[in-house]
Design a protein around this ligand. Structure first.
Ligand code: ADP
Length: 501
């Protein structure tokens, strides 16, 4: 049962968070776009009004003359009063206008301009100087009493009537009220529609993220359906070659490796139960026979002795398995020491002199005086002893076993060669597997674990083991070990021990 409630689960979901990021991003973006858009519209509208005032200035220059009549300087508008267009144009020009001389003496002012406040003489003088110098109009925004803003264009009419007047300042203006209303309406409409836009973006984000996350959901579903029985059923790739396909590939590879491990474990359990069942059944059989049929003490003694042999064999298997599983799981760390490998091999071979002799075998050694190496003494002894015991087991009387050691540059070559029965070529790839025994081998002769140990020991020492065998002629196991070991020996894993034939 899920510990999160449904809304809590949704709120913590990736889809919800992606949508939230999407919405936040688009809210900010749309708000910025709105602000920018309104600013651009306002600038455009204002520049239209400026353009209109520039055009009107040209008209002013056409219609207006400032003249001195009877000693009085005053503006005169010349236009055809019978022409309605001209009359309308001039009345428009004079709706918001101010005409002064260069010192600010007002010659004409419209009612509307008066409501904006007539400029002081000092302001007019400064505008006159500024406009005369730059040959450009001066702009200003003024607000009328009712709060209506006006854009005012000041221009200079350079007309010298007498010495007193160097020119005149003419201001014309237009209301910006309509523009401002339009911009305000635009802003209001845009920002009213914004929540709806953001909501739409949210919907889109929800849709897009659910599409993007669909394969992840699919992957989770497929992963949930996996059990130990269908580990090898891969999740189909989408063929998009994207990150999700890569994730599916990685996941499938991981499942493949898991399946291999499961197979190994299954195989191991089967092997172990099989190997243990045989001696247990034998012991049970012997004891039953003894119980029901034995009559004399000797018969009992014999039955118990045979049962003990089998129990001993059981003990051997269990001990070997424990050791092997500790080795494979990396719990058996190597104790690497510098030693004379020649002496170690010699000592181990000596232990086989009696068994070899009793099996009618000749045991020869070809060892250098000394052979310094960095190895784990106990494991190397076990390795030599396993190879030698196999050689003794599988070589018929009259045969010969040779143990040799050579130092070859950075590596050491240890070989155990016999003139025994040999190993069939098809069995060679399997002889290092746990419990593997060649079919023809006498089941009483071994547990099928000796070479598994050899493989692990070689691997743990970063070495290699090679097998050369010919049926009826003999077998040679060659072990190649590096003279020195890395500071930290690699964890020993039995997989692919590098054996070859
Ligand atoms: P076992 O305990 O049965 O000897 P090993 O793992 O040591 O198990 O060996 C696996 C099998 O490889 C043996 O059953 C045997 O058939 C074969 N084998 C190993 N060494 C030799 C050898 N020197 N000559 C012939 N066969 C060998």
């Amino acid at each position: 049962m899920s510990i999160l409630s449904e809304p809590g689960r949704i709120a913590r979901g990736l889809r919800f968070r992606l949508t939230l990021i999407y919405v936040a991003f688009f809210s900010v973006l749309l708000a910025l776009v709105g602000i920018f858009f309104v600013a651009i519209v306002r600038t455009n509208l204002d520049s239209q009004v400026r353009q209109l005032l520039d055009d009107e200035w040209v008209a002013v220059r056409g219609f207006l003359r400032i003249e001195r009549v009877a000693g009085i300087v005053s503006p005169h508008w010349y236009f055809d009063r019978d022409d309605p267009d001209e009359s309308l144009a001039v009345s428009r020009l004079r709706r918001v206008d101010l005409i002064t001389d260069d010192e600010g003496r007002v010659l004409e002012v419209s009612q509307t301009y008066r409501s904006l406040g007539i400029d002081s003489p000092s302001q007019i003088s400064s505008i006159f100087r500024q406009a005369s110098r730059s040959q450009k109009p001066v702009w200003d925004v003024r607000t009328a009493a009712g709060g209506v803003p006006y854009l005012i264009r000041y221009g200079v009419l350079s007309q010298s009537i007498n010495r007193k007047h160097r020119g005149f300042v003419i201001a014309i203006g237009r209301s910006l009220a309509e523009n401002n209303q339009f911009v305000a309406k635009l802003r209001r409409n845009y920002f009213t529609a914004l929540p709806a836009l953001v909501f739409l973006c949210g919907l889109m984000g929800w849709f897009v993220s659910s599409r993007a996350l669909a394969p992840v959901k699919q992957l989770a579903g497929a992963a949930a359906r996996i059990s130990t029985t269908n580990l090898r059923q891969p999740i189909p790739e989408r063929g998009a070659g994207d990150e999700l396909d890569h994730l599916i590939q990685t996941f499938n590879n991981m499942m493949e490796r898991l399946a291999d491990s499961f197979d190994q474990i299954r195989q191991f359990s089967t092997d172990v139960s099989h190997e243990l069942r045989t001696p247990i059944t034998a012991v049970r059989g012997q004891l039953e026979v003894a119980l029901f049929t034995a009559e004399t003490t000797d018969q009992y003694r014999e039955a118990i002795a045979t049962a003990l042999e089998d129990v001993e064999r059981l003990g051997q298997i269990v001990r070997a398995l424990l050791l092997l599983s500790r080795a494979e799981s990396g719990q058996l760390a190597l104790q690497i020491v510098s030693l004379d490998l020649s002496a170690v091999v010699r000592d181990t071979v000596e232990q086989f002199e009696i068994p070899a002799e009793s099996s009618g075998l000749q045991l020869e050694v070809d060892l250098p005086e000394t052979c310094p190496a960095e190895v784990d003494r106990i494991q190397i002894e076990r390795l030599v002893s396993n190879l030698l015991s196999n050689a003794v087991k599988y070589t018929p009387p009259g045969g010969c076993i040779t143990v040799s050691l050579r130092s070859e540059g950075d590596s050491i070559r240890l070989a155990v060669k016999d003139t025994g029965q040999g190993i069939p070529p098809e069995d060679i790839p399997h002889i290092f597997d746990r419990f593997y025994r060649v079919q023809s081998a006498d089941p009483e002769k071994g547990l099928g674990l000796g070479l598994s140990f050899v493989a692990w020991i070689v691997k743990a020492h970063n070495g290699r083991v090679l097998v050369d065998s010919e049926l009826g002629k003999g077998t040679e196991f060659r072990v190649l070990l590096p003279v020195t070991q890395p500071v930290r020996p690699v964890p020993a894993v039995l997989a692919d021990s590098g054996q070859g034939g």
